[in-house]
Each structure stands twice: as structure tokens, then as C-alpha cells.
Ligand binder design. Structure first.
Ligand SMILES: Cc1cc2nc3c(=O)[nH]c(=O)nc-3n(C[C@H](O)[C@H](O)[C@H](O)COP(=O)(O)OP(=O)(O)OC[C@H]3O[C@@H](n4cnc5c(N)ncnc54)[C@H](O)[C@@H]3O)c2cc1C
Length: 229
């Protein structure tokens, strides 16, 4: 890096951050006056649409991740957690692990692509009891929990207890088909908790539409709940 190089720092190694850093790299590949640094707490890019396959055990975790460094020729990668941003002094403070101190990185331009937190849409009980499925570790925890329930049910002779152990509630909003896929993959009874306002709006508007113009979710939902509608 030349002393006067301008530094673009991209925070977050998800679809947004990696895509932004790749686009910037393309623009400034041969420009030594520009340095690009991507910071993310995970070393890999996660292909989130296939998280249900990891949770259900039909794919291994390694099949849905790609090492972030492999995407870049020029951009540098820092595997650390962003702890603080000082916008006035244009500095980002990060930490690699609990044993190390804070690292400080100056920036000229900052791209924020740190993702979002899970929205539980106020569904009662979900925040307290559900296991989210947003990160790779979430999917692995979910898979282990499901397998553990199967193992427990296998030894249980009380039918009510077995039924309880083998009943899973999938709370979804937009990822309806991911949830159905997960339920089919684990081949177990499924209860889908759908937000009340979604149901009422669907019943109000969906049933009035001719079935050919309804979405797949609308048709499936109406077929399940109101046969013949
Ligand atoms: C199960 C599931 C299935 C999905 N399926 C689809 C689909 O089929 N089609 C579709 O279009 N979208 C889908 N999505 C949504 C899609 O994954 C998101 O819209 C997309 O990932 C958002 O990209 P992003 O870069 O903004 O955030 P993210 O992908 O969340 O990336 C944020 C990155 O920042 C990192 N990070 C966060 N905080 C810090 C910190 N403090 N320090 C360092 N790093 C940090 C995270 O580790 C992560 O790598 C799905 C999501 C899920 C959970």
C-alpha cells in the first residue's frame, strides 16, 4: 500500500459485503492508490437458502460455505468481530478473539453490510422458545436438537411422551417453503404457526382470487384450510 492510499473498509462477509467488495475490487484492481479491506466474524460466505438442508442433515455444513479469501485477488480479509465504529475519527475497532486486544483500522470510506437480526414478529412464545435458523451454528444446533429428540423418543415407551418428543413447531413468516421442506426432510408431524394478520388477509383477499392467479403458498394454504374454496 502506498502511504497516501485511500482505504475502503467493508464490514460484513455476507452476500452484501462480499458482493460489494468484489465490485470495488473490479473497479480498483490495478489502482495502487486504493486499498480494500473486508472485515467479518466468519471466514466463510454462507449460502443461507440451504440452511434448512443442514438443519435436516441432508447436507453437511461444509457444502454450503465458501472461504471468503478465495473470492479476492486484491482485497484483504480480516477475520474479526466489529465492536465499535468511530465515525468522527473514521476508525473501526475490532477483536479477533476473547484472548486478544482490540484492533483499530482507519478508513476513508465505509460500507456497512453487517446483516440484520431475526425478527420474530411478536409471535407469542417464539422469542423465548424457538431456535432461530440464521447462521450456520443455528442450523447445526437445530439439527443436533432434532436428532436428540429422535434418540430420546426411540427409548420412550409412554406414547404421549413420544408424541411430545416428536412434535415440532415451525414458526415462519416469509420462508414458508423452507419450513415445509424442513418438515418433509425430518419426516415428522408439523405445526406451522402463521401470524394471525397474515391468515386473515389471505382469507380476505386470497380466496377471492381465481386459483390460477394465487401464489403457490396461497393455494396450498387455502387447500389445507378451506377445501373447495
Ligand atoms: C434460512 C434462510 C434462507 C434464506 N433464503 C433466501 C432465498 O432463498 N433467497 C433470498 O433472496 N434470500 C434468502 N434469505 C435471506 C438472505 O440470506 C439475506 O437477505 C442475505 O443474507 C442478507 O445479506 P447481508 O449481506 O445483508 O447480510 P448477511 O448475509 O446476514 O451477512 C452479514 C455478515 O456480517 C457478519 N457480521 C455481523 N455482525 C458482525 C460483527 N459485529 N462483526 C463482524 N462481522 C459481523 C455476519 O457474520 C455475516 O457474515 C434467506 C435467509 C435465511 C436465514
Amino acid at each position: 500500500m502506498t502511504p497516501e492510499a485511500r482505504r475502503i473498509v467493508v464490514l460484513g462477509g455476507g452476500f452484501g459485503g462480499v458482493h460489494a467488495a468484489r465490485a470495488l475490487e473490479k473497479l480498483f484492481l490495478r489502482d495502487d492508490a486504493v486499498e480494500i479491506v473486508l472485515i467479518s466474524e466468519e471466514k466463510f460466505l454462507l449460502f443461507t437458502p440451504m440452511l434448512p438442508e443442514v438443519a435436516s442433515g441432508s447436507l453437511a455444513a461444509k457444502h454450503i460455505i465458501s472461504p471468503i479469501r478465495a473470492f479476492f485477488r486484491k482485497a484483504q480479509f480480516h477475520n474479526s468481530e466489529v465492536q465499535r465504529i468511530d465515525l468522527n475519527n473514521r476508525k473501526v475497532f475490532t477483536r479477533h478473539c476473547l484472548a486478544c486486544g482490540q484492533y483499530e483500522l482507519r478508513f476513508d470510506h465505509l460500507v456497512l453490510a453487517l446483516g440484520s437480526t431475526t425478527n420474530f414478529y411478536g409471535l407469542p412464545g417464539v422469542t423465548q422458545h424457538a431456535i432461530p435458523m440464521k447462521s450456520l451454528s443455528d442450523a447445526i444446533v437445530l439439527r443436533d436438537r432434532i436428532i436428540d429428540r429422535f434418540e430420546h423418543a426411540n427409548m420412550e415407551s409412554d406414547p404421549d411422551m413420544r408424541r411430545a418428543l416428536l412434535t415440532f413447531v415451525v414458526a415462519v413468516r416469509l420462508l414458508f417453503w423452507s419450513a415445509v421442506g424442513l418438515a418433509l426432510l425430518v419426516r415428522t408431524p408439523l405445526l406451522v404457526a402463521v401470524p394471525r394478520e397474515w391468515v386473515t388477509s389471505l382469507l380476505r383477499t386470497g380466496c377471492k382470487k381465481p386459483s390460477a392467479t394465487r401464489t403457490h403458498s396461497e393455494n396450498a394454504f387455502i387447500a389445507d384450510t378451506m377445501p373447495g374454496a
